[in-house]
Design a protein around this ligand. Structure first.
Ligand code: ATP
Ligand code: MG
Length: 155
């Protein structure tokens, strides 16, 4: 059924606020304009956001920042970006990052824990909703993961 994304985004902020405070990471939500509603399973969408925001926090050192930005993009899709100022991903790994179990630099990843499934699951859910997901990163500067969902009117 049609879903207002704003509520899900605010719930996501509530879920991770404490963890960000603990790590002294600034955590912000920007919503540009009014967002069209989307057809999405709220639990699945929450899982996408949890995976992406937990990555952003996990791979960002103390004192950094994580921001969620949501808007209606020029194609009319609802677009959500999760941007961080973290350790980034080397260019040569970017092409494989959505693969199951793929993790950058086994040593660095092992010390932080995880299995390498978060992005694969996020991609699977977004694709099941007829959306797109992409990652862009600059090594040692930061990462942004952007996903889109079709608005209710377009389906
Ligand atoms: P899991 O999510 O299963 O706990 P994970 O975080 O290692 O484990 P993914 O979420 O699939 O797995 O991410 C895959 C790899 O991509 C990570 O191991 C990490 O190397 C890299 N990565 C993902 N998000 C970021 C990010 N925001 N900044 C830097 N590297 C990232
Ligand atoms: Mg992860």
């Amino acid at each position: 059924k049609p879903l207002a994304l704003t509520e899900i985004l605010e719930e996501t902020m509530d879920r991770f606020r404490f963890q960000c405070q603990q790590k002294q990471i600034s955590f912000t939500l920007f919503i540009h304009g009014s967002l069209p509603r989307v057809y999405a399973d709220p639990d699945k969408l929450m899982q996408v956001l949890d995976n992406l925001v937990s990555n952003a926090i996990k791979y960002t050192p103390e004192g950094g920042s994580v921001a969620i930005v949501a808007k209606r993009n020029s194609d009319g899709m609802v677009e959500v970006g999760i941007a961080d100022t973290g350790i980034g991903i080397p260019k040569q790994d970017l092409g494989r990052i959505f693969e199951r179990f793929y993790r950058v630099d086994k040593a660095r990843s092992r010390s932080l824990g995880g299995t390498g499934l978060g992005l694969a699951i996020a991609q699977e859910i977004v694709h099941a909703h007829e959306g797109t997901i992409a990652i862009d990163s600059i090594y040692q500067k930061g990462t942004v993961v952007t996903f889109t969902l079709p608005p209710v009117s377009r389906r």
